[in-house]
Write a protein that binds this ligand. Structure first.
Ligand SMILES: CSC[C@H]1O[C@@H](n2cnc3c(O)ncnc32)[C@H](O)[C@@H]1O
Ligand SMILES: [Zn+2]
Length: 430
């Protein structure tokens, strides 16, 4: 057995207390063996002066959209997708996706994110990059029917199933999959009825955008006479282990449905603010027993992939939505950032304890904006930044040591991403 000791730091325990301890990880199984004083390993990662936290879990993103960061800002969702994003995405190639995914996962590693859920295109390419970079991910092919003929939609949905079946368990089990229809308004009901049961046969969860904007709720109510999540339940898309992105415009009955079904919500506060989609009722969802995770959404609607930024946004927006300064407090946000997000996307990560996956980040506390250290949970939520992450470890493997990313060539990734983004936009605009 080869072991890694993350030594000398303060460890964030699952009950959110902080203890001075080392973390010993079995690098063969990737699991945490022990947390306690003076644990020597074959390899040591110096965490002195740092907070050892579970690796952050980004519950909803489109990682390759990193190439569209800053391409189209300051528009609402529908106009943004239809006028800017979808025309460019029509020009994506596997090579573009590789460059965008490398850029996105580089940002993840540098900001302490070790696992994520992703809905996009060219998923086998995304999976290859995730495997090489050493991260953990739940991946799915985004299925859309609007604007497509019937044969093309069937092809798209079959690709969704194929990806869910064939990539599940890749990268020594670090890659899991889901069936991912884009949303309740962009995939016609007939396709949901045909393909959701097939996804159930594969045993994978269903993930989709839901109740993101008011404009997404109204057509479902008008056309089907029920709230979107009632419609989702009718289509078999509201079951334990499923997770929706956004859940901004949910009423009390839908919150009850989510809780009863054990379907989780991934809150994406930055995207919701930037697209002016609305304020998700995070405190009410949590009070009702719904598991709420946290996600960045894509970099084109954020415009970064830092989960620490997202944490601060979640706290601020959660208070504003509830008109209550005690709502979505620091402890709640750290859960969203770690264990709750992991639970939502069906991973065992997000907690540091023996037997859990060895996924962690070390946050450097020796900085003016993190001084004094009255409360490290408060610091994680309100004050820490991506640039404070010193080391990142996933599955017991060191992905970043002293801010040097070991699994990707940072300069080459940046160069390829710049070139790919420029070529993509040129293709789309010519
Ligand atoms: C079919 S793959 C995923 C699809 O979703 C688009 N997208 C990015 N951000 C959002 C969002 O906030 N709501 C809905 N759809 C979004 C992305 O551009 C891809 O086309
Ligand atoms: Zn999204």
């Amino acid at each position: 057995m080869t072991t890694l000791s993350v030594a000398g730091g303060q460890v964030l325990e699952p009950d959110l207390t902080v203890t001075r301890a080392d973390v010993l990880i079995d690098q063969d199984s990737g699991e945490i063996l022990e947390i306690g004083p003076d644990l020597a390993g074959d390899e040591t990662l110096d965490a002195t002066g740092g907070l050892v936290t579970p690796g952050f879990v980004n519950g909803h993103t489109h990682v390759a959209m990193s190439l569209l960061r800053g391409y189209a800002d300051d528009k609402p969702l529908d106009a943004w997708l239809q006028e800017d994003i979808w025309p460019v995405e029509a020009e994506l190639t596997a090579e573009t996706i590789r460059a965008g995914t490398e850029l996105g996962v580089l940002e993840f590693i540098k900001s302490g994110t070790t696992s994520f859920a992703d809905m996009y295109f060219f998923v086998p390419t995304i999976a290859d990059v995730v495997e090489e970079a050493g991260l953990r991910a739940r991946l799915g092919h985004g299925v859309i029917s609007v604007g497509k003929d019937e044969a093309t939609v069937h092809e798209d949905a079959r690709e969704g199933l194929q990806v869910a079946k064939e990539l599940d368990g890749m990268a020594d089990g670090r890659i899991r999959t889901a069936f991912m229809p884009h949303s309740l308004t962009t995939v016609d009901g007939q396709y949901l009825e045909e393909y959701v049961p097939k996804a159930r046969d594969l045993g994978v969860p269903i993930h989709y955008h839901a109740n993101e904007t008011r404009d997404e709720v109204t057509p479902i109510v008008d056309e089907h006479g029920v709230r979107p999540l009632v419609y989702a339940a009718e289509k078999g898309m509201l079951e334990a282990g499923d997770f929706i992105a956004h859940g901004v415009h949910v009423d009390e009955s839908e919150i009850g449905l989510l809780a009863a079904a054990e379907t989780s919500v991934i809150h994406c506060p930055a995207s919701n603010m930037k697209l002016a989609s609305g304020m998700a009722p995070v405190q009410r969802l949590r009070d009702a027993g719904v598991t709420v995770g946290l996600g960045t959404d894509g970099a084109a609607s954020n415009n970064d992939l830092s989960m620490l930024d997202e944490a601060r946004d979640a706290a601020m927006l959660g208070k504003l939505a509830a008109e209550d300064a005690s709502a979505v407090d620091a402890e709640a946000v750290v859960e969203l950032l770690t264990s709750a997000s992991a639970n939502a996307i069906g991973f065992e990560t997000g907690r540091l304890e023996p037997g859990a996956p060895g996924d962690l980040a070390v946050i450097d506390l020796e900085a003016p904006h993190l001084t004094p250290a009255h409360d490290l949970v408060s610091h994680l939520t309100y004050a820490a930044a991506a640039s404070d992450v010193r080391h990142t470890v996933c599955d017991g493997r060191v992905l970043m040591r002293d801010r040097e990313v070991l699994t990707l060539d940072e300069d080459a990734v940046l160069e390829r991403a710049g070139e790919a983004a420029e070529a993509l936009v040129t293709r789309a605009e010519s």
